[in-house]
Design a protein around this ligand. Structure first.
Ligand code: NAD
Ligand code: TYD
Length: 358
């Protein structure tokens, strides 16, 4: 039996990863460390909480004592760090927390892992250990209309979010270059699927369409993202943790580039059809003030992980978006609970600042 420390396992991708791993492997125990910020939700883990292969610990990745104690107690074979502040718009309003969680939290995990995994007497790393940093394509900055991000594209982040993720990536690389720590970094494009918090484009639009609310498209809506179904991201991380070459970075992407306006129109069309509701139309779209420093296009070249580890996405965008929309419709109680209270205040504050451009 191996034991993995999963951080941020109550968030969107982390909880999907926990479900994926519990279903896929009988011989891996998952210790899930999550401080349950606004984005973490134990409801995402309902079935996992009943599974003896999953242990939930509420706590902060920046907490030295707690993380050391967990290493002593569970003797982890692998750490997969999902925990982060993850929303670009929030990072524009409040960058400090991004530095604390994304940079300082990562450094704390690296340090505690090094203390536990480096055998000072033998002067070598214990065998079979690995640290995986879950990063993002946003660290590469933005693309023009041509070309793709490869693993050797220079790191040129623009937003406070992507800058904090880039900072964390540099520390992971530094631990490999300096101490020879066994690490991998994954850099994935935009994910979508169940349990995504409705501050991100796809669930926010689904939620607004359902309520006949305006659909706030930033600027001209022609920005491009490369969308990947979340389970395909999970399978890639599982493979990298098991078979990724030590010290390597792996890009993960769907080769599925869409403009934001295309995504919004697809959601409108599917919901109008599914709910047989004529009030759902493109008239709900409102172009609002653009995001500051808005990256125009992301596009991932994931040839390396395909060639080295045989990974490729299993779910097409056409299938994945239907699963996702249907999941949000079937899980109304989940959506209602996460959008009550603090979310309402967040929404009013964030979108009041973005005046309509007609
Ligand atoms: P999310 O915001 O949904 O979840 C983040 C989780 O981390 C939450 O459960 C939160 O409670 C937890 N957390 C935050 N601060 C913490 C702390 N100090 N200690 C412990 N737990 C803490 O994010 P997500 O979309 O699931 O993203 C997960 C990871 O994947 C992030 O590192 C993100 O940068 C990366 N990523 C996300 C995407 C995407 O499209 N969502 C794409 C590429 C990479
Ligand atoms: P988001 O889901 O926040 O992910 P990221 O910024 O990490 O790519 O946004 C995806 C795209 O959608 C991005 O170009 C910004 C845009 N967007 C809107 O146009 N309106 C919105 O209300 C939101 C949340 C995002």
């Amino acid at each position: 039996m191996k034991t993995y420390l999963i951080t941020g396992g109550a968030g969107f991708i982390g909880s999907n990863f926990i479900h994926y791993m519990l279903k896929k492997h009988d011989d891996i125990r998952l210790v899930n460390l999550d401080s349950l910020t606004y984005a973490g939700n134990l409801e995402n883990l309902k079935e996992a909480m009943e599974d003896s292969k999953h242990v939930f610990v509420k706590g902060d990745i920046c907490d030295k004592e707690l993380v050391s104690e967990l290493f002593r107690k569970y003797d982890f074979d692998c750490v997969i760090n999902f925990a982060a502040e993850s929303h670009v718009d929030r990072s524009i309003s409040n960058p400090e927390i991004f530095v604390r969680t994304n940079v300082m939290g990562t450094v704390n995990l690296l340090q505690r892992a090094k203390e536990a995994w480096y055998d000072d007497a033998a002067n070598e790393w214990k065998v079979g250990k690995k640290y995986v940093q879950v990063s993002t394509d946003e660290v590469y900055g933005a693309l023009g209309p041509e070309g793709y991000f490869t693993e050797s594209t220079p790191i040129q982040p623009h937003s406070p979010y992507s800058s904090s993720k880039a900072g964390a990536d540099h520390f992971v690389k530094a631990f490999y270059d300096t101490y020879g720590m066994p690490v991998n970094i994954t850099r994935c494009s935009n994910n979508y699927g169940r349990y995504q918090f409705p501050e991100k484009l796809i669930p926010l639009m689904i939620n607004n369409v359902k309520q006949h609310r305006q659909l706030p498209v930033y600027g001209d809506g022609m920005q491009i993202r490369d969308w990947l179904y979340v389970e395909d991201h999970c399978s890639a991380i599982d493979l990298v943790a098991k078979r990724g070459r030590i010290g390597e970075v792996y890009n993960i992407g769907g080769h599925n580039e869409k403009t934001n306006i295309y995504i919004v129109k697809t959601i409108i069309e599917r919901l109008r059809e599914r709910l047989a509701d004529d009030q759902i139309s493109e008239e709900l779209i409102v172009h609002v003030q653009d995001r500051l420093g808005h990256d125009r296009r992301y596009g991932i070249d994931s040839d390396k992980i395909r060639k080295e580890l045989g990974w490729y996405p299993q779910t097409s965008f056409e299938e994945g978006i239907v699963f996702t929309i249907d999941w949000y419709l079937e899980n109304e109680a989940w959506l209602e609970r996460v959008t009550s209270g603090d979310y309402r205040q967040y929404y009013e504050e964030m979108y009041a600042k973005k005046e309509s451009r007609g």
